[in-house]
Design a protein around this ligand. Structure first.
Ligand code: NAD
Length: 539
Protein backbone atom coordinates (compact mmCIF):
# COMPACT_ATOMS: atom_id res chain seq x y z
CA UNK A 1 0.00 0.00 0.00
CA UNK A 2 2.73 2.34 1.04
CA UNK A 3 4.62 1.45 -2.09
CA UNK A 4 1.69 2.46 -4.22
CA UNK A 5 1.31 5.69 -2.32
CA UNK A 6 4.98 6.47 -2.92
CA UNK A 7 4.87 5.44 -6.56
CA UNK A 8 1.96 7.74 -7.21
CA UNK A 9 3.85 10.53 -5.53
CA UNK A 10 6.97 9.81 -7.58
CA UNK A 11 4.88 9.88 -10.75
CA UNK A 12 3.45 13.25 -9.80
CA UNK A 13 6.83 14.53 -8.80
CA UNK A 14 8.22 13.56 -12.19
CA UNK A 15 5.41 15.45 -13.82
CA UNK A 16 6.19 18.43 -11.64
CA UNK A 17 9.94 18.41 -12.07
CA UNK A 18 10.21 20.79 -15.08
CA UNK A 19 8.34 23.46 -13.16
CA UNK A 20 10.29 22.75 -9.99
CA UNK A 21 13.56 23.16 -11.86
CA UNK A 22 12.31 26.25 -13.63
CA UNK A 23 11.72 27.89 -10.30
CA UNK A 24 15.13 29.47 -9.97
CA UNK A 25 14.47 30.99 -6.60
CA UNK A 26 13.23 27.77 -5.02
CA UNK A 27 15.64 26.54 -2.39
CA UNK A 28 13.89 23.21 -2.59
CA UNK A 29 14.45 22.50 -6.27
CA UNK A 30 16.30 19.33 -7.00
CA UNK A 31 17.41 17.51 -10.12
CA UNK A 32 17.42 14.14 -8.38
CA UNK A 33 14.67 12.13 -6.77
CA UNK A 34 13.54 13.79 -3.53
CA UNK A 35 15.23 12.31 -0.49
CA UNK A 36 11.95 11.50 1.29
CA UNK A 37 11.17 8.85 -1.33
CA UNK A 38 14.32 6.91 -0.46
CA UNK A 39 13.85 6.71 3.27
CA UNK A 40 12.40 3.81 5.11
CA UNK A 41 10.03 4.58 6.67
CA UNK A 42 9.36 7.46 4.27
CA UNK A 43 9.21 11.03 5.50
CA UNK A 44 5.99 12.86 4.77
CA UNK A 45 6.76 15.87 2.55
CA UNK A 46 5.55 19.42 2.71
CA UNK A 47 3.97 20.94 -0.38
CA UNK A 48 5.41 24.36 -1.08
CA UNK A 49 4.76 26.33 -4.25
CA UNK A 50 3.77 23.22 -6.20
CA UNK A 51 6.72 21.03 -5.14
CA UNK A 52 6.63 18.18 -2.65
CA UNK A 53 9.71 18.84 -0.55
CA UNK A 54 11.37 17.18 2.38
CA UNK A 55 11.69 19.34 5.47
CA UNK A 56 15.19 20.08 6.71
CA UNK A 57 13.99 19.40 10.22
CA UNK A 58 15.53 16.45 12.04
CA UNK A 59 12.69 16.40 14.59
CA UNK A 60 9.98 14.01 13.48
CA UNK A 61 6.87 12.25 14.78
CA UNK A 62 6.13 8.66 13.86
CA UNK A 63 2.87 7.88 12.08
CA UNK A 64 1.90 4.54 13.62
CA UNK A 65 -0.50 1.94 12.27
CA UNK A 66 -2.90 1.60 15.24
CA UNK A 67 -3.62 -2.08 14.47
CA UNK A 68 0.02 -3.21 14.31
CA UNK A 69 2.24 -0.45 15.80
CA UNK A 70 4.30 -0.44 12.60
CA UNK A 71 5.80 2.94 11.75
CA UNK A 72 4.11 3.91 8.49
CA UNK A 73 5.99 7.15 7.91
CA UNK A 74 7.61 10.06 9.74
CA UNK A 75 6.18 13.56 9.97
CA UNK A 76 8.76 16.34 10.17
CA UNK A 77 8.24 19.35 12.40
CA UNK A 78 8.43 21.93 9.62
CA UNK A 79 10.93 24.72 10.30
CA UNK A 80 9.89 28.31 10.59
CA UNK A 81 11.79 29.13 7.38
CA UNK A 82 9.88 26.45 5.46
CA UNK A 83 6.60 27.67 6.91
CA UNK A 84 7.38 31.21 5.73
CA UNK A 85 8.21 29.82 2.27
CA UNK A 86 4.80 28.12 2.15
CA UNK A 87 3.00 31.33 3.11
CA UNK A 88 5.07 33.28 0.58
CA UNK A 89 4.14 30.77 -2.14
CA UNK A 90 0.44 31.08 -1.25
CA UNK A 91 0.70 34.87 -1.21
CA UNK A 92 2.45 34.92 -4.56
CA UNK A 93 -0.13 32.63 -6.15
CA UNK A 94 -3.10 34.68 -4.92
CA UNK A 95 -3.31 37.59 -7.41
CA UNK A 96 -3.46 35.43 -10.52
CA UNK A 97 -5.65 32.77 -8.86
CA UNK A 98 -8.23 35.31 -7.69
CA UNK A 99 -8.39 36.64 -11.26
CA UNK A 100 -8.77 33.17 -12.76
CA UNK A 101 -12.34 32.86 -14.08
CA UNK A 102 -14.70 31.15 -11.67
CA UNK A 103 -15.63 28.70 -14.44
CA UNK A 104 -11.98 27.57 -14.62
CA UNK A 105 -11.82 27.17 -10.83
CA UNK A 106 -15.04 25.15 -10.91
CA UNK A 107 -13.72 22.93 -13.71
CA UNK A 108 -10.72 22.04 -11.55
CA UNK A 109 -13.15 20.91 -8.86
CA UNK A 110 -15.10 18.87 -11.45
CA UNK A 111 -11.85 17.18 -12.39
CA UNK A 112 -10.85 16.73 -8.74
CA UNK A 113 -14.08 14.92 -7.91
CA UNK A 114 -13.48 12.60 -10.86
CA UNK A 115 -9.92 11.87 -9.66
CA UNK A 116 -11.06 11.26 -6.08
CA UNK A 117 -13.53 8.68 -7.45
CA UNK A 118 -10.70 7.10 -9.42
CA UNK A 119 -8.41 6.85 -6.37
CA UNK A 120 -11.07 6.18 -3.75
CA UNK A 121 -9.69 2.72 -2.91
CA UNK A 122 -6.11 3.98 -2.54
CA UNK A 123 -7.25 6.80 -0.30
CA UNK A 124 -9.33 4.43 1.82
CA UNK A 125 -6.42 2.00 2.22
CA UNK A 126 -4.15 4.79 3.34
CA UNK A 127 -6.74 5.98 5.87
CA UNK A 128 -7.18 2.48 7.29
CA UNK A 129 -3.42 2.03 7.59
CA UNK A 130 -2.80 5.33 9.35
CA UNK A 131 -6.05 5.90 11.24
CA UNK A 132 -7.32 2.36 11.86
CA UNK A 133 -10.98 2.63 10.82
CA UNK A 134 -12.49 -0.15 8.71
CA UNK A 135 -12.04 0.04 4.95
CA UNK A 136 -15.78 0.52 4.49
CA UNK A 137 -15.78 3.41 6.92
CA UNK A 138 -12.66 4.85 5.27
CA UNK A 139 -14.57 4.91 1.97
CA UNK A 140 -17.29 6.83 3.81
CA UNK A 141 -14.65 9.28 5.08
CA UNK A 142 -13.56 10.02 1.50
CA UNK A 143 -17.10 10.05 0.17
CA UNK A 144 -18.39 12.62 2.66
CA UNK A 145 -15.49 14.88 1.68
CA UNK A 146 -16.13 14.27 -1.99
CA UNK A 147 -19.63 15.66 -1.54
CA UNK A 148 -18.10 18.98 -0.53
CA UNK A 149 -15.97 18.98 -3.70
CA UNK A 150 -19.15 18.33 -5.70
CA UNK A 151 -20.81 21.25 -3.98
CA UNK A 152 -17.83 23.51 -4.73
CA UNK A 153 -18.42 22.77 -8.44
CA UNK A 154 -21.40 25.14 -8.22
CA UNK A 155 -19.40 28.00 -6.70
CA UNK A 156 -20.40 30.58 -9.33
CA UNK A 157 -23.98 30.38 -8.13
CA UNK A 158 -23.05 29.99 -4.48
CA UNK A 159 -21.04 33.18 -4.31
CA UNK A 160 -23.42 35.36 -6.30
CA UNK A 161 -23.90 38.80 -4.87
CA UNK A 162 -27.02 40.97 -4.80
CA UNK A 163 -28.18 43.88 -6.94
CA UNK A 164 -30.71 46.61 -6.36
CA UNK A 165 -31.14 49.03 -9.27
CA UNK A 166 -32.09 52.66 -8.82
CA UNK A 167 -31.68 52.87 -5.05
CA UNK A 168 -31.78 56.58 -5.72
CA UNK A 169 -32.30 58.42 -8.94
CA UNK A 170 -29.78 56.91 -11.42
CA UNK A 171 -27.88 55.10 -8.66
CA UNK A 172 -27.54 51.30 -8.35
CA UNK A 173 -26.07 49.24 -5.51
CA UNK A 174 -24.68 45.75 -5.77
CA UNK A 175 -22.61 43.44 -3.62
CA UNK A 176 -19.69 41.23 -4.62
CA UNK A 177 -18.17 38.33 -2.69
CA UNK A 178 -14.39 38.45 -3.01
CA UNK A 179 -11.75 36.00 -1.80
CA UNK A 180 -9.83 36.90 1.36
CA UNK A 181 -6.29 35.94 0.37
CA UNK A 182 -4.24 33.26 2.12
CA UNK A 183 -6.37 30.99 4.34
CA UNK A 184 -5.29 28.04 6.48
CA UNK A 185 -6.80 24.78 7.74
CA UNK A 186 -5.77 22.72 10.79
CA UNK A 187 -7.06 19.14 10.86
CA UNK A 188 -7.80 16.43 13.46
CA UNK A 189 -6.93 12.75 13.14
CA UNK A 190 -10.38 11.20 12.95
CA UNK A 191 -11.37 12.07 9.35
CA UNK A 192 -8.10 12.30 7.40
CA UNK A 193 -9.84 12.89 4.04
CA UNK A 194 -13.23 14.39 4.86
CA UNK A 195 -11.99 17.28 6.96
CA UNK A 196 -9.27 18.56 4.60
CA UNK A 197 -12.02 18.35 1.95
CA UNK A 198 -14.36 20.43 4.12
CA UNK A 199 -11.71 23.13 3.92
CA UNK A 200 -9.52 23.62 0.87
CA UNK A 201 -12.01 22.91 -1.99
CA UNK A 202 -14.40 25.61 -0.77
CA UNK A 203 -11.58 28.03 0.05
CA UNK A 204 -9.74 27.74 -3.26
CA UNK A 205 -12.84 27.67 -5.45
CA UNK A 206 -13.77 30.99 -3.83
CA UNK A 207 -10.41 32.27 -5.14
CA UNK A 208 -8.27 32.00 -2.00
CA UNK A 209 -4.95 30.26 -1.68
CA UNK A 210 -4.46 27.77 1.14
CA UNK A 211 -2.07 26.36 3.75
CA UNK A 212 -3.17 22.96 5.06
CA UNK A 213 -1.82 21.50 8.30
CA UNK A 214 -2.89 17.83 8.43
CA UNK A 215 -3.05 15.87 11.67
CA UNK A 216 0.44 14.63 12.53
CA UNK A 217 -1.18 11.25 13.26
CA UNK A 218 -2.42 10.55 9.72
CA UNK A 219 -1.15 13.03 7.12
CA UNK A 220 -1.12 10.59 4.15
CA UNK A 221 -4.60 11.32 2.79
CA UNK A 222 -3.91 15.07 2.69
CA UNK A 223 -0.82 14.49 0.56
CA UNK A 224 -2.74 12.19 -1.78
CA UNK A 225 -5.58 14.71 -2.10
CA UNK A 226 -3.10 17.49 -2.85
CA UNK A 227 -1.54 15.34 -5.58
CA UNK A 228 -5.01 14.86 -7.06
CA UNK A 229 -5.79 18.58 -6.82
CA UNK A 230 -2.62 19.36 -8.75
CA UNK A 231 -3.35 16.66 -11.30
CA UNK A 232 -6.77 18.29 -11.69
CA UNK A 233 -5.02 21.52 -12.63
CA UNK A 234 -4.72 23.51 -9.40
CA UNK A 235 -1.84 25.93 -10.10
CA UNK A 236 1.33 25.85 -8.04
CA UNK A 237 1.12 27.69 -4.74
CA UNK A 238 -2.69 27.65 -4.55
CA UNK A 239 -2.62 24.72 -2.11
CA UNK A 240 0.36 24.26 0.20
CA UNK A 241 0.88 21.75 3.01
CA UNK A 242 2.97 22.15 6.13
CA UNK A 243 3.50 19.27 8.56
CA UNK A 244 3.96 19.59 12.29
CA UNK A 245 2.19 20.22 15.57
CA UNK A 246 1.84 23.05 18.08
CA UNK A 247 4.65 25.31 16.82
CA UNK A 248 3.42 25.30 13.26
CA UNK A 249 -0.15 25.87 14.44
CA UNK A 250 1.01 28.86 16.49
CA UNK A 251 2.90 30.18 13.47
CA UNK A 252 -0.34 29.93 11.44
CA UNK A 253 -2.21 31.88 14.15
CA UNK A 254 0.45 34.60 14.28
CA UNK A 255 1.26 35.11 10.60
CA UNK A 256 0.06 38.48 9.33
CA UNK A 257 -0.42 37.21 5.77
CA UNK A 258 -2.96 34.54 6.78
CA UNK A 259 -6.46 35.98 6.80
CA UNK A 260 -8.64 33.11 8.00
CA UNK A 261 -8.27 29.79 9.83
CA UNK A 262 -10.51 26.73 9.74
CA UNK A 263 -9.91 24.40 12.67
CA UNK A 264 -11.40 21.03 13.58
CA UNK A 265 -10.28 19.17 16.70
CA UNK A 266 -10.39 19.21 20.48
CA UNK A 267 -11.58 22.07 22.69
CA UNK A 268 -8.14 22.64 24.18
CA UNK A 269 -6.53 23.28 20.81
CA UNK A 270 -9.63 24.90 19.28
CA UNK A 271 -10.11 27.55 21.95
CA UNK A 272 -6.38 28.28 22.00
CA UNK A 273 -6.36 28.79 18.22
CA UNK A 274 -9.59 30.79 18.27
CA UNK A 275 -8.20 33.16 20.91
CA UNK A 276 -4.69 33.51 19.51
CA UNK A 277 -5.76 34.04 15.88
CA UNK A 278 -8.75 36.30 16.67
CA UNK A 279 -6.47 38.67 18.56
CA UNK A 280 -4.51 39.02 15.32
CA UNK A 281 -7.74 40.01 13.54
CA UNK A 282 -8.21 36.75 11.66
CA UNK A 283 -11.48 35.04 10.91
CA UNK A 284 -11.69 31.70 12.69
CA UNK A 285 -14.19 28.88 12.45
CA UNK A 286 -13.46 26.28 15.13
CA UNK A 287 -15.32 22.97 15.26
CA UNK A 288 -14.57 21.20 18.53
CA UNK A 289 -15.53 18.39 20.91
CA UNK A 290 -18.90 16.84 21.56
CA UNK A 291 -21.08 14.74 23.79
CA UNK A 292 -24.01 13.75 21.59
CA UNK A 293 -27.15 12.46 23.27
CA UNK A 294 -29.86 10.19 21.95
CA UNK A 295 -33.18 10.38 23.79
CA UNK A 296 -35.13 7.11 23.53
CA UNK A 297 -38.87 7.37 24.10
CA UNK A 298 -40.83 4.27 25.16
CA UNK A 299 -42.91 4.50 21.95
CA UNK A 300 -39.86 4.33 19.66
CA UNK A 301 -39.51 1.54 17.11
CA UNK A 302 -37.43 -0.78 19.27
CA UNK A 303 -35.57 -2.75 16.63
CA UNK A 304 -34.64 0.23 14.43
CA UNK A 305 -33.68 2.31 17.46
CA UNK A 306 -31.40 -0.33 18.99
CA UNK A 307 -29.66 -0.83 15.63
CA UNK A 308 -29.21 2.91 15.24
CA UNK A 309 -27.78 3.30 18.75
CA UNK A 310 -25.26 0.49 18.28
CA UNK A 311 -24.14 1.78 14.87
CA UNK A 312 -23.86 5.41 15.97
CA UNK A 313 -22.17 4.61 19.29
CA UNK A 314 -19.58 2.10 18.13
CA UNK A 315 -19.02 2.93 14.44
CA UNK A 316 -15.46 4.19 13.78
CA UNK A 317 -14.70 2.96 17.33
CA UNK A 318 -16.62 5.97 18.64
CA UNK A 319 -14.05 8.36 17.18
CA UNK A 320 -16.55 10.57 15.40
CA UNK A 321 -17.44 14.01 16.65
CA UNK A 322 -21.06 13.09 15.85
CA UNK A 323 -20.92 9.65 17.50
CA UNK A 324 -23.93 9.08 19.75
CA UNK A 325 -22.08 8.56 22.99
CA UNK A 326 -24.89 9.07 25.52
CA UNK A 327 -28.33 7.49 25.61
CA UNK A 328 -31.08 8.90 27.78
CA UNK A 329 -33.76 6.25 28.21
CA UNK A 330 -37.13 7.75 29.07
CA UNK A 331 -39.45 5.69 31.30
CA UNK A 332 -39.77 2.01 30.40
CA UNK A 333 -37.29 2.11 27.56
CA UNK A 334 -34.54 1.55 30.16
CA UNK A 335 -35.45 -2.13 30.02
CA UNK A 336 -34.00 -2.18 26.47
CA UNK A 337 -30.46 -2.04 27.84
CA UNK A 338 -30.05 -5.82 27.85
CA UNK A 339 -30.86 -6.04 24.16
CA UNK A 340 -28.50 -3.19 23.49
CA UNK A 341 -25.75 -5.20 25.17
CA UNK A 342 -26.56 -8.30 23.07
CA UNK A 343 -26.32 -6.34 19.82
CA UNK A 344 -23.09 -4.63 20.89
CA UNK A 345 -21.56 -8.00 21.82
CA UNK A 346 -22.21 -9.26 18.31
CA UNK A 347 -19.92 -6.61 16.78
CA UNK A 348 -16.60 -7.83 15.50
CA UNK A 349 -13.49 -5.97 16.65
CA UNK A 350 -10.62 -6.42 14.22
CA UNK A 351 -8.00 -4.57 12.18
CA UNK A 352 -9.74 -2.25 9.71
CA UNK A 353 -8.23 -4.12 6.78
CA UNK A 354 -10.01 -7.36 7.76
CA UNK A 355 -13.27 -7.81 5.85
CA UNK A 356 -15.28 -8.85 8.92
CA UNK A 357 -14.28 -5.83 11.06
CA UNK A 358 -17.12 -3.73 12.46
CA UNK A 359 -14.78 -1.55 14.47
CA UNK A 360 -11.04 -1.12 14.32
CA UNK A 361 -8.52 0.10 16.90
CA UNK A 362 -8.46 3.54 18.49
CA UNK A 363 -5.81 5.93 17.25
CA UNK A 364 -3.04 5.50 19.86
CA UNK A 365 -1.94 3.75 23.03
CA UNK A 366 -2.49 7.04 24.88
CA UNK A 367 -6.05 7.29 23.53
CA UNK A 368 -6.75 3.73 24.71
CA UNK A 369 -5.36 4.50 28.17
CA UNK A 370 -7.51 7.60 28.43
CA UNK A 371 -10.66 5.73 27.35
CA UNK A 372 -9.96 2.94 29.86
CA UNK A 373 -9.34 5.49 32.62
CA UNK A 374 -12.68 7.19 31.95
CA UNK A 375 -14.51 3.82 31.94
CA UNK A 376 -12.88 2.98 35.29
CA UNK A 377 -13.81 6.37 36.72
CA UNK A 378 -17.44 5.62 35.81
CA UNK A 379 -17.29 2.28 37.61
CA UNK A 380 -15.72 3.88 40.67
CA UNK A 381 -18.43 6.55 40.79
CA UNK A 382 -21.19 3.93 40.85
CA UNK A 383 -22.06 3.25 37.19
CA UNK A 384 -22.76 -0.37 36.18
CA UNK A 385 -20.43 -1.83 33.58
CA UNK A 386 -22.83 -3.86 31.41
CA UNK A 387 -20.21 -4.60 28.75
CA UNK A 388 -16.46 -4.20 29.18
CA UNK A 389 -14.29 -3.95 26.06
CA UNK A 390 -11.07 -2.94 27.80
CA UNK A 391 -9.34 -6.30 27.62
CA UNK A 392 -10.08 -7.01 23.98
CA UNK A 393 -7.21 -8.80 22.25
CA UNK A 394 -7.43 -9.43 18.52
CA UNK A 395 -5.61 -12.57 17.34
CA UNK A 396 -2.94 -11.65 14.80
CA UNK A 397 -3.03 -8.01 15.96
CA UNK A 398 -2.07 -8.43 19.61
CA UNK A 399 -0.27 -5.07 19.66
CA UNK A 400 -3.29 -3.13 18.34
CA UNK A 401 -4.97 -0.36 20.36
CA UNK A 402 -8.26 -2.21 20.53
CA UNK A 403 -11.12 -1.35 22.84
CA UNK A 404 -14.25 -3.41 22.35
CA UNK A 405 -17.79 -2.03 22.66
CA UNK A 406 -18.35 -0.91 26.24
CA UNK A 407 -21.64 0.04 27.91
CA UNK A 408 -21.95 1.88 31.21
CA UNK A 409 -25.41 2.12 32.77
CA UNK A 410 -26.79 4.27 35.59
CA UNK A 411 -24.52 7.16 34.68
CA UNK A 412 -25.32 10.53 36.24
CA UNK A 413 -24.45 14.05 35.12
CA UNK A 414 -21.84 14.58 37.86
CA UNK A 415 -19.65 11.66 36.73
CA UNK A 416 -16.37 12.35 34.94
CA UNK A 417 -17.23 9.78 32.23
CA UNK A 418 -20.27 11.94 31.41
CA UNK A 419 -18.63 15.34 31.63
CA UNK A 420 -15.60 14.44 29.50
CA UNK A 421 -15.71 13.55 25.81
CA UNK A 422 -14.55 9.88 25.78
CA UNK A 423 -13.97 9.59 22.00
CA UNK A 424 -13.96 5.79 22.04
CA UNK A 425 -16.40 2.87 21.67
CA UNK A 426 -18.21 3.57 24.92
CA UNK A 427 -21.96 4.10 25.24
CA UNK A 428 -23.15 5.61 28.47
CA UNK A 429 -26.75 5.14 29.53
CA UNK A 430 -28.76 7.56 31.64
CA UNK A 431 -32.36 7.56 32.74
CA UNK A 432 -35.15 10.16 32.80
CA UNK A 433 -38.78 9.94 33.91
CA UNK A 434 -40.07 12.27 31.20
CA UNK A 435 -39.11 13.90 27.91
CA UNK A 436 -38.92 17.21 29.78
CA UNK A 437 -36.32 15.79 32.15
CA UNK A 438 -34.36 14.21 29.29
CA UNK A 439 -34.24 17.51 27.38
CA UNK A 440 -33.00 19.26 30.53
CA UNK A 441 -30.17 16.73 30.89
CA UNK A 442 -29.05 17.35 27.30
CA UNK A 443 -29.34 21.12 27.57
CA UNK A 444 -27.29 21.27 30.77
CA UNK A 445 -24.36 19.60 28.97
CA UNK A 446 -21.78 22.15 27.79
CA UNK A 447 -21.46 20.70 24.28
CA UNK A 448 -23.93 21.32 21.46
CA UNK A 449 -22.82 19.36 18.44
CA UNK A 450 -25.68 16.91 17.89
CA UNK A 451 -28.69 15.34 19.61
CA UNK A 452 -31.30 12.85 18.43
CA UNK A 453 -34.69 11.61 19.54
CA UNK A 454 -36.16 8.20 18.77
CA UNK A 455 -39.95 8.23 18.89
CA UNK A 456 -43.11 7.57 16.91
CA UNK A 457 -44.77 10.64 18.40
CA UNK A 458 -44.81 13.75 16.24
CA UNK A 459 -45.63 15.85 19.28
CA UNK A 460 -42.58 14.56 21.19
CA UNK A 461 -40.36 15.07 18.13
CA UNK A 462 -41.60 18.62 17.68
CA UNK A 463 -41.07 19.50 21.34
CA UNK A 464 -37.54 18.05 21.11
CA UNK A 465 -36.73 19.95 17.92
CA UNK A 466 -37.91 23.21 19.45
CA UNK A 467 -36.39 22.94 22.91
CA UNK A 468 -33.14 21.06 22.39
CA UNK A 469 -29.94 23.11 22.47
CA UNK A 470 -27.81 21.37 19.87
CA UNK A 471 -26.64 22.50 16.47
CA UNK A 472 -27.59 19.32 14.61
CA UNK A 473 -30.82 17.60 15.47
CA UNK A 474 -31.88 14.10 14.47
CA UNK A 475 -35.42 12.74 14.56
CA UNK A 476 -35.09 8.95 14.29
CA UNK A 477 -31.71 9.72 12.68
CA UNK A 478 -28.75 8.90 14.91
CA UNK A 479 -25.99 10.91 13.19
CA UNK A 480 -27.67 13.96 11.68
CA UNK A 481 -24.72 15.40 9.75
CA UNK A 482 -26.06 17.72 7.05
CA UNK A 483 -24.97 17.34 3.43
CA UNK A 484 -22.94 20.22 1.98
CA UNK A 485 -25.87 22.27 0.67
CA UNK A 486 -26.54 22.90 4.36
CA UNK A 487 -23.73 23.62 6.84
CA UNK A 488 -22.20 21.64 9.69
CA UNK A 489 -23.91 23.55 12.48
CA UNK A 490 -22.42 22.61 15.86
CA UNK A 491 -23.12 25.09 18.66
CA UNK A 492 -22.32 25.92 22.33
CA UNK A 493 -18.88 24.57 23.35
CA UNK A 494 -18.70 22.50 20.15
CA UNK A 495 -18.16 25.57 17.96
CA UNK A 496 -16.45 28.95 18.14
CA UNK A 497 -16.88 31.54 15.41
CA UNK A 498 -19.79 32.95 13.43
CA UNK A 499 -19.74 31.08 10.15
CA UNK A 500 -19.95 27.30 10.07
CA UNK A 501 -18.20 24.89 7.73
CA UNK A 502 -19.37 24.37 4.13
CA UNK A 503 -22.76 25.23 2.62
CA UNK A 504 -23.61 28.94 2.30
CA UNK A 505 -21.94 29.73 5.62
CA UNK A 506 -18.70 28.14 4.39
CA UNK A 507 -18.73 30.32 1.26
CA UNK A 508 -19.40 33.40 3.39
CA UNK A 509 -16.51 32.42 5.69
CA UNK A 510 -14.02 32.32 2.83
CA UNK A 511 -15.22 35.52 1.15
CA UNK A 512 -15.38 39.19 2.01
CA UNK A 513 -18.43 41.14 0.94
CA UNK A 514 -17.96 44.39 -0.92
CA UNK A 515 -20.84 46.74 -1.70
CA UNK A 516 -20.65 49.01 -4.74
CA UNK A 517 -22.82 52.05 -5.27
CA UNK A 518 -22.61 53.47 -8.78
CA UNK A 519 -24.03 56.42 -10.62
CA UNK A 520 -23.98 56.68 -14.39
CA UNK A 521 -26.64 59.32 -15.02
CA UNK A 522 -25.67 62.61 -16.58
CA UNK A 523 -24.75 64.87 -13.69
CA UNK A 524 -26.84 68.06 -13.58
CA UNK A 525 -24.61 71.02 -14.10
CA UNK A 526 -24.75 74.14 -11.99
CA UNK A 527 -26.32 72.39 -8.99
CA UNK A 528 -23.48 73.52 -6.76
CA UNK A 529 -21.85 71.79 -3.84
CA UNK A 530 -24.05 70.24 -1.17
CA UNK A 531 -22.53 69.19 2.13
CA UNK A 532 -25.71 67.54 3.42
CA UNK A 533 -25.87 63.76 3.75
CA UNK A 534 -27.39 62.40 0.49
CA UNK A 535 -30.85 60.84 0.89
CA UNK A 536 -32.67 58.54 -1.47
CA UNK A 537 -35.89 60.51 -1.36
CA UNK A 538 -37.07 64.03 -1.00
CA UNK A 539 -37.79 64.78 2.65
P1 NAD B 1 -6.49 17.73 18.56
O1 NAD B 1 -7.07 19.01 19.04
O2 NAD B 1 -5.57 17.00 19.44
O3 NAD B 1 -5.67 18.02 17.20
C1 NAD B 1 -6.26 18.77 16.15
C2 NAD B 1 -5.18 19.62 15.49
O4 NAD B 1 -4.72 20.60 16.41
C3 NAD B 1 -3.96 18.81 15.07
O5 NAD B 1 -3.58 19.22 13.78
C4 NAD B 1 -2.92 19.13 16.12
O6 NAD B 1 -1.61 19.13 15.60
C5 NAD B 1 -3.32 20.52 16.60
N1 NAD B 1 -3.07 20.73 18.04
C6 NAD B 1 -3.33 19.87 19.04
N2 NAD B 1 -3.02 20.41 20.23
C7 NAD B 1 -2.54 21.64 19.97
C8 NAD B 1 -2.06 22.69 20.80
N3 NAD B 1 -1.98 22.58 22.12
N4 NAD B 1 -1.64 23.83 20.21
C9 NAD B 1 -1.70 23.97 18.87
N5 NAD B 1 -2.16 23.00 18.04
C10 NAD B 1 -2.58 21.84 18.57
O7 NAD B 1 -7.71 16.83 18.09
P2 NAD B 1 -7.68 15.32 17.60
O8 NAD B 1 -7.41 14.45 18.78
O9 NAD B 1 -6.84 15.20 16.41
O10 NAD B 1 -9.20 15.13 17.14
C11 NAD B 1 -10.23 14.70 18.00
C12 NAD B 1 -11.08 15.87 18.44
O11 NAD B 1 -11.61 16.53 17.31
C13 NAD B 1 -12.29 15.42 19.27
O12 NAD B 1 -12.45 16.32 20.34
C14 NAD B 1 -13.45 15.54 18.29
O13 NAD B 1 -14.71 15.75 18.88
C15 NAD B 1 -13.01 16.73 17.50
N6 NAD B 1 -13.66 16.78 16.21
C16 NAD B 1 -14.65 17.69 16.04
C17 NAD B 1 -15.34 17.76 14.84
C18 NAD B 1 -16.43 18.75 14.65
O14 NAD B 1 -16.79 19.00 13.50
N7 NAD B 1 -16.97 19.34 15.71
C19 NAD B 1 -15.00 16.88 13.79
C20 NAD B 1 -13.97 15.97 13.99
C21 NAD B 1 -13.31 15.93 15.21
Amino acid sequence: MLMRFSLQRVKNLRALRPQVLASANSRFSTATEPSFNHRNPPRVPNLIGGAFVDSKSTATIDVINPATQEVVSRVPLTTSEEFKAAVAAAKQAFPSWRNTPITTRQRIMFKLQELIHRDMDKLAKNITTEQGKTLKDAHGDVFRGLEVVEHACGMATLQMGEYVPNVSSGIDTYSIREPLGVCAGICPFNFPAMIPLWMFPVAVTCGNTFILKPSEKDPGASIMLAELAMEAGLPHGVLNIVQGTNDIVNAICDDDDIRAISFVGSNTAGMHIYGRASVKGKRVQSNMGAKNHGIVMPDANKDATLNALVAAGFGAAGQRCMALSTIVFVGDSESWENQLVERAKALKVNAGTEPDADLGPVISKQAKERICRLIQSGVESGAKLLLDGRNTVVPGYEQGNFVGPTILSGVTADMECYKEEIFGPVLICMKADSLEEAINIVNRNKYGNGASIFTTSGAAARKFQTEIEAGQVGINVPIPVPLPFFSFTGSKASFAGDLNFYGKAGVNFYTQIKTVTQQWKGLPSGSGVSLAMPTSQKL
